[in-house]
Design a binder for this molecule. Structure first.
Ligand SMILES: [Zn+2]
Length: 102
């Protein structure tokens, strides 16, 4: 059974997500070992490293492309809301622990 890692867009009202499949042998497709590898183990490591870097680049590229589809104003609004929530939580925690906030 395969599973995925779901990457969600953090902006309110956006339900975009990318389901990154778990690593599999399919990730090794088209990858060749480093011919300069000194040992068989080093060659295996180089293949895995290349496959992981390709996955990371693909995931980053997809997420970045989606994030860039949102206008800057949405990001600013999301930051303002997050800061307000943080401040409210800090106040609530300070009150519940009897610590005055400066
Ligand atoms: Zn989004």
């Amino acid at each position: 059974m395969s599973s995925v890692t779901r990457h969600l867009c953090p902006l309110d009202g956006c339900d975009w997500h990318y389901d990154e499949p778990d690593p599999s042998t399919d990730d090794l497709s088209g990858i060749t070992p480093d011919t300069r590898a000194a040992t068989f183990e080093d060659a295996k490591v180089s293949i895995v490293e290349q496959a992981m870097m390709r996955r990371l680049r693909t995931t980053e590229s997809l997420i970045r492309a989606h994030f860039e589809s949102h206008p800057l104003e949405q990001w600013v609004a999301a930051l303002v809301r997050a800061r307000q929530e943080r401040d409210q939580l800090a106040c609530a925690l300070g009150e519940s622990h009897g610590m005055p906030l400066s």
